[in-house]
Design a protein around this ligand. Sequence first.
Ligand code: HEM
Length: 180
Amino acid sequence: MALRNGPDEFGLVTRVLHWGMMLLVIAMLALGMRLQDMQPGLANLWLYSLHKTLGFLVLTLILARIGWHLASPPPRPIGPPGPAQWAARAAHWALYLLLIVIPLTGWAGSSATGIDVMIADRWTVPPLVAPSEAAEIFWFGLHGILTKVLLGLIVLHMLAALKREMDGDGTLTRMLRGRV
Ligand code: HEM
């Protein structure tokens, strides 16, 4: 089983990153929506802390994924080049971009509260912005909007993959098993 991608094959590293991140991001969207309905307090502080720690994990993994994409380019797209392939490419890059910008806006909003932003309640990261209520509202507002855009894109991405699989082109099989 190849670790690297081949001209017609997804290697194990790409597939583990793809499915692992999918689960992580869906869990983060659900957790974030729960936090939105809560009043922060001692009893639920650990949920905020978990959300922040996993958010930093997403940021690290997406940067690693882009690095891996450059080090081991993905296989040729299936099917003829055309608008569907460009749309798929644009959606993939939009997903990568959102997975960088969303953690950064969460980090900025958390910095704006004036409370130390920590990873695993252990390592303090530097604040991205100075504390202010206006900045907190702005960055968390943007965080919320971008997560809705992300959710929409994930649904489109899943529907497109399912449709192509039902049309018999093997796109989904290739991300599951490596090759068609
Ligand atoms: C891919 C990574 C992330 C995803 C998918 C995500 C998702 C979400 C979602 C869906 C919400 C609810 C937003 C709303 O409905 O308005 C939320 C809220 C929140 N996020 Fe994130 N988040 C991520 C990363 C981060 C990071 C890195 C931090 C901080 C370091 C963070 C801090 C917060 C906080 C504190 C809230 C609650 C905001 C409030 O109470 O207004 N998030 N997140």
